[in-house]
Design a protein around this ligand. Structure first.
Ligand code: NDP
Ligand code: 8X3
Length: 254
């Protein structure tokens, strides 16, 4: 009997990652769901387990050895990962660079860059073995391309994700493995709560009275990119809510 295809999702405990789990489950995919919060993983498992095979693994993507252990320990039906969704990530702080906390910067770099690289490199042999139809979907951000005050290391980390995605495509030529950089703009998740260290007012102020992207919107794009006919690759998919656009350049006139 053939197994359903397997998607491996990082940061499946919340926001885009959780919505991706729901979207792939709706289509009958087997899921490897990872994140640091065990109770959240169990909650998603409970929600989806009647629909599809689920394997959960507590994982901090910053820990290279832990990533290797989780991948090595995948039970047989989950070993042949066809789609990797590199979603785990965060911003910390929104003030100017000159007031930023260096530990926060380090955490952002370790998670958004090192963590994504850890998971990608560990799963590359598997994805290449699966070959034609396999896909790596990297979640970057509009902040990768469009600068704004307070984006500093966060935006720069997402620019890394964007360029890493393009560069991976070069090396994966001939393997059949696709790579897509999905770059959302403002989306209502736990992102701002995390960035502003639990400040519910900051969350409410940013998303209140407008129509931001919802996690399901991103999940739909991720699923679309990952399940295109095997000869097609979306290189970069940028998605904004209609309420968001650019503010132009500013000039210091003092
Ligand atoms: P959420 O805060 O809702 O979700 C972030 C997810 O990342 C959580 O599941 C969290 O799980 C996980 N995560 C964070 N750090 C780690 C870590 N060290 N190891 C493993 N998992 C980790 O935010 P979003 O859903 O919005 O964010 C998902 C991705 O989308 C991020 O990369 C973010 O930068 C990006 N993004 C977000 C946008 C937005 O406006 N919301 C727009 C563009 C991109 P846990 O805490 O359980 O480990
Ligand atoms: C998150 C979107 O605009 O807050 O990547 O940087 S933004």
């Amino acid at each position: 009997m053939s197994h359903p295809p397997v998607a491996f999702i990082t940061g499946a405990t919340s926001g885009f990652g959780r919505a991706c789990a729901e979207r792939f489950a709706e289509a009958g995919w087997a899921l490897v769901l990872t994140g640091r919060r065990r109770e959240r993983l169990e909650e998603v498992e409970q929600q989806l387990t009647a629909k599809v095979p689920i394997h959960i693994a507590t994982l901090d993507v910053r820990e290279r050895d832990a990533v290797a252990q989780v991948v090595d320990a995948l039970p047989e039906p989950f070993k042949a990962v066809k789609v990797l969704v590199n979603n785990a990530g965060l911003a910390l702080g929104a003030g100017p660079a000159q007031q930023a906390n260096l530990d926060d910067w380090q955490t952002v770099i370790d998670t958004n860059i090192t963590g994504l690289v850890n998971v990608t490199r560990t799963l590359l042999p598997t994805l290449i073995e699966v070959g034609r139809g396999a896909a790596i979907i990297n979640i970057s951000s509009t902040a990768a391309l469009w600068p704004y005050p307070g984006s500093h290391v966060y935006g720069a980390s997402k620019a890394f994700v964007n360029q890493f995605s393009y560069n991976l495509r070069c090396d994966l030529k001939g393997t059949g493995v696709r790579v897509t950089d999905v770059a959302p703009g403002m989306a209502e998740t736990e992102f701002t709560l995390v960035r502003m260290k639990g400040d519910q007012n900051a969350h409410d102020k940013l998303y209140g009275g407008v129509e931001p992207i919802q996690p399901e919107d991103v999940a739909e794009q991720v699923f679309h990119a990952a399940t295109l006919p095997a000869h097609l690759n979306i290189n970069r998919l940028e998605l904004m809510p209609v309420c968001q656009s650019w503010g132009g350049l500013t000039i210091d006139r003092d």
